[in-house]
Design a protein around this ligand. Structure first.
Ligand SMILES: *Cc1c(COP(=O)(O)O)cnc(C)c1O
Length: 355
């Protein structure tokens, strides 16, 4: 007879996802969690000032109606094709619970957003991790002709920053029409090609987006999925088994306002892309190898100095970048693209370390 009487037997043993640290130094340069260095659009600040606290007395709508409609309008699709959640982490977690129930292993890359494996484990979903190719790219052929219970691909991928052409994405969706294919487009605004137009053709595609990176709203926690009404209703059903009101009234109101200033949005993205070029060039001049980035971060390795050592030395200067102590990528640093000023300070410190 097994003995399950100990107190510790009550609790789930699982390795959680580990988020980047949120240090708080007045002088720090924080380039470790892919936040946007610019504030959200002026309209967002206005909306948060005008926000009527007295309405907090009431429950929000269960489907965050106002925000859901604003997102649908922004992308020119029907609201029945939109699901809104508390950051795309929440949206992805609902997708894992509602769409991967065949009992057959789902597929995702071995090097990708490390939350995918955590959800698979948490929800008891079988999975198989597919190695990247030697150049750190995702090869579409690895996801075609292999029996699977669903596929998850971040495009651009994280933490490699490399984008996959949308024609390859389409081939994967086309070859797996009885399975749900999730394309996590957290970074697509920074230069990736979106799979959104494919929604018209394929009922098995889910495109996931977030307000956290390109919209400078990581603190508000808004993410969304776009898919066929069949998939969205399956997600709603699971959501209603967990929490009827995941989206709070503040996020619904302010989030909707953030979709209104397209010019500001485009302008800041352009700035970040320019700074990314400066950062990439600067790193290469210091001897780093930098993977081709379509995101608001770069993934870089130095042939002579260990990433862990560079990470620690930058940290002493209150410059925070991300280092993953994991096989295959432990010699890389993931560096968020900051402002030009932050990029200049970082490169200056790196020049002393790599000298
Ligand atoms: C940042 C990120 C997310 C989660 O973002 P939220 O803040 O939860 O919206 C999801 N997927 C990838 C690949 C990310 O990098």
């Amino acid at each position: 007879m097994s003995d399950n009487s100990g107190f510790d037997n009550n609790f789930r043993a699982i390795d959680p996802y580990v988020a980047g640290e949120q240090p708080d130094f007045p002088d720090m340069i924080k380039l470790n969690t892919n936040e946007n260095p610019y504030p959200p659009a002026p309209g967002v600040i206005e909306a948060s000032k005008e926000f009527e606290g007295k309405n907090l007395r009431l429950y929000p709508t269960t489907d965050a109606t106002k925000l859901r409609r604003a997102i649908a309008k922004y992308h020119g699709i029907d609201p029945s094709m939109v699901y809104v959640g508390v950051g795309s982490d929440d949206v992805l977690s609902i997708i894992f619970q509602s769409c991967f129930n065949s009992g057959i292993p789902i597929l995702f890359p071995e090097i990708t957003y490390s939350f995918y494996v955590v959800w698979a484990q948490l929800y008891g979903i079988k999975y198989r991790m597919i190695p990247l190719r030697d150049d750190y790219r995702i090869e579409k052929k690895d996801y075609i002709g292999t029996e699977n219970g669903g596929i998850v691909i971040a495009n651009p991928n994280a933490p490699t920053s490399i984008a996959m052409p949308v024609s390859d994405v389409e081939d994967i969706i086309k070859a797996n029409q009885n399975r749900v294919v999730v394309i996590d487009e957290a970074y697509v605004d920074f230069g990736g090609e979106t799979a959104l137009p494919l929604l018209e053709k394929y009922k098995n595609l889910i495109v996931v987006r977030t307000f956290s990176k390109s919209r400078s709203l990581a603190g508000l926690r808004i993410g969304y999925a776009m898919a066929s009404p069949r998939i969205i209703s399956a997600m709603e059903t699971v959501k209603d088994c967990i929490n009827s009101y995941p989206m709070n009234t503040t996020a619904i109101e302010i989030g909707a306002a953030s979709l209104e200033d397209e010019e500001y949005f485009r302008d800041r993205i352009e700035k970040i892309i320019k700074s990314r070029d400066t950062l990439t060039k600067g790193l290469e001049d210091l001897g780093f190898k930098v993977l081709p980035s379509s995101a608001n971060f770069v993934f870089a390795t130095h042939p002579k100095i260990r990433a862990s050592e560079i990470f620690a030395k930058l940290r002493e200067k209150h410059i925070f970048v991300r280092h993953f102590n994991k096989p295959l990528i432990d010699d890389f640093l993931r560096i968020t693209v900051g402002t030009d000023e932050q990029v200049a300070i970082l490169l200056d410190e790196l020049s002393k370390i790599t000298y």
